[in-house]
Design a protein around this ligand. Structure first.
Ligand code: PGA
Ligand code: ZN
Length: 428
C-alpha cells in the first residue's frame, strides 16, 4: 500500500545549455520520493518523440515548458495517482494511452519521460536498492566501455567542423576506473597540445574542445598524435569513434561539408568514410549517413558492417519499430539509446532488449543539453549494455554520469564486470 503513487509535481529547471527543461518529483504514500530530469538534443532526429515547448516568443524565447508542467500536474497526475510505483509498465502505458498519439505530441515526451524516470527512481528508493539494481532485476553487473568526446563540432560548436563528435574509446582498459584514467590522459594531453600550438580553444556543448581546424584530416591527425603523446598505441589501446550526425549535412540530395567547401553525393561520402577508416584507427561510426538515406546505409553496411561498429542514432531514434526495420534491411549493427527520443523508461528498456536479442550493440547516450541527473549511468549497468556515450571529460553534467559509474563500480566491488573491447566480438 505504501508503494502507491500519491503526488506528482513538476518544475521548470534549466539544462546545461541554460535552456528550460522538465523535472518531475513522484511522492509515494510512504513518503519516499523519486525525481526525473529530462535532457534535450540539438541535432534532433525527425522521428523523435515530440519535446513540448510553449512557443511563446515573449517568454524564454519560446522555449519555456509550462504547458508540459501543466500536463504533468493536471492530466498525468490524476491518472497515475494510486497506481503501484513498482509497476513501471502500467504507469508508462497509462501515460501512452492518455497521450494517444504516435509521437507523444499531445502531452509532450518531456512531460511523460520526466514522470517515467521519477517513477523508476521512487520505486528503487522505496525498495532501498540502487536504481541499476532495480532496473536490472539485481543480476546485471556490467560497467560500460566509455565513448568520450575530445573535439566537438557540428550543431554543438557553431559548425567549427561538419562532423559532430570526435571521440575516443579506451580499448585496452581492463576496468572502468582504468578506462577513465586513459581518457583523462588523452583529454589533458590534447589541452596541452592545443595550448602549445597556439590553437586557442574553448569547449563545445558537450565539453569537447573546439579549436580552429582547416579540414577533417587535420582533426583526425591531431587525435592520433595526442593519443600517442599520452602514451598509448592508437587503434590497439585507444581507438577513434566518430558521430558524423549526417542528417544535419544532407539536403535530400547531397551532403555539404562546409569546412572543406565540398559537396558530396551519398556514394562519395561513403568512399570518403571508407578511406578514413583505412587511414585512421576508427572503430565506430554513428549516423555516417542521413536518416532518410537508406540506400546509403545499405551500401555502407556492405563495405564496413563486419569491420567496425555502425550506430544508428537519428536513423532509429530508440524506436523498436524502426530498429526492427533496420535489422530486416541490414542497415547497421548498433543502436544509440536516448530515453527522450522515445519518451518512457519501459519503451527504452524494450528497445535495448530487442537490440541485444538480435545481436546488435546498444550504446546508451546523453543529449547535448544535459542535466545533473545520472539516470543513464544506472540504465547502462542495469541493461548490461556495455557502452555509454555522455560527451566529453569536463563539465559537471557530463562528469555526473562518469562519476556515478565510479560509485556503482565501487558499490559492486568484485561483482563488477568489465569486458572492454570484447563487447565488439562477434559484431565487428
Ligand atoms: P544531440 O547530440 O543530443 O544534440 O542529438 C547527441 C548525438 O547526436 O549523439
Ligand atoms: Zn548522434
Amino acid at each position: 500500500m505504501g508503494e502507491q503513487i500519491k503526488q506528482v509535481q513538476a518544475l521548470q529547471i534549466y539544462d546545461s545549455r541554460g535552456n528550460p527543461t522538465v523535472e518531475c518529483t513522484v511522492r509515494l504514500a510512504n513518503g519516499v520520493v523519486g525525481t526525473g530530469l529530462v535532457p534535450a538534443g540539438a541535432s534532433v532526429g525527425r522521428h523523435e518523440a515530440l519535446e513540448l515547448r510553449d512557443g511563446d516568443p515573449h517568454r524564454l524565447m519560446g522555449k519555456s515548458v509550462y504547458n508540459a508542467l501543466d500536463n504533468i500536474e493536471k492530466i498525468i497526475a490524476p491518472a497515475i495517482r494510486n497506481l503501484d510505483v513498482l509497476d513501471q509498465k502500467h504507469v508508462d502505458q497509462t501515460m501512452i494511452d492518455l497521450d494517444g498519439t504516435e509521437n507523444k505530441a499531445k502531452l509532450g515526451a518531456n512531460a511523460i519521460l520526466a514522470v517515467s524516470m521519477a517513477t523508476a527512481s521512487a520505486a528503487a528508493a522505496t525498495k532501498r536498492i540502487p536504481l541499476y539494481d532495480y532496473l536490472g532485476d539485481g543480476v546485471n553487473r556490467l560497467l560500460p566501455l566509455p565513448q568520450v568526446q575530445i573535439f566537438g563540432g557540428g550543431a554543438h560548436s557553431a559548425w567549427r567542423t561538419d562532423v559532430q563528435d570526435f571521440l575516443i574509446i579506451p580499448l585496452a582498459a581492463t576496468t572502468y576506473t582504468q578506462a577513465l584514467e586513459m581518457i583523462y590522459n588523452v583529454y589533458h594531453t590534447t589541452a596541452s597540445w592545443l595550448k602549445k600550438n597556439g590553437n586557442n580553444y574553448g569547449v563545445a556543448d558537450e565539453g569537447g574542445f573546439w579549436p580552429a581546424f582547416e579540414n577533417h584530416h587535420q582533426v583526425l591527425q591531431t587525435m592520433v598524435k595526442c593519443i600517442e603523446q599520452a602514451g598509448y598505441r592508437p587503434g590497439d589501446e585507444i581507438a577513434i569513434a566518430l558521430d558524423i550526425a549526417a542528417s544535419e549535412l544532407y539536403d535530400g540530395k547531397v551532403y555539404r561539408l562546409k569546412l572543406e567547401n565540398r559537396t558530396l553525393t551519398s556514394s562519395e561520402l561513403i568512399r570518403e568514410l571508407v578511406q578514413w577508416c583505412k587511414d585512421y584507427p576508427i572503430i565506430s561510426l554513428e549516423d555516417p549517413l542521413a536518416d532518410i538515406d537508406q540506400l546509403g546505409w545499405e551500401a555502407l553496411y556492405v563495405e564496413l558492417g563486419d569491420q567496425i561498429q555502425l550506430i544508428g542514432d537519428d536513423l532509429f531514434t530508440t524506436n523498436c519499430k524502426r530498429i526492427k526495420q533496420g535489422v530486416e534491411q541490414s542497415l547497421a549493427n548498433a543502436v544509440l539509446v536516448k530515453p527522450n527520443q522515445i519518451g518512457t523508461v519501459s519503451e527504452t528498456l524494450e528497445a535495448i532488449r530487442y537490440t541485444q536479442q538480435v545481436g546488435w550493440l546498444p550504446v546508451i547516450s546523453a543529449r547535448s543539453g544535459e542535466t545533473e541527473d545520472s539516470f543513464i549511468a544506472h540504465l547502462a549497468v542495469a541493461t548490461n549494455s556495455g557502452q555509454i556515450k555522455v560527451g566529453s571529460f569536463s563539465r559537471s553534467e557530463r562528469m555526473a554520469k562518469w562519476n556515478e559509474l565510479l560509485r556503482i563500480e565501487r558499490c559492486l566491488k568484485d561483482r563488477a564486470k568489465f569486458v572492454g573491447k570484447k563487447i565488439f566480438q562477434g559484431v565487428c
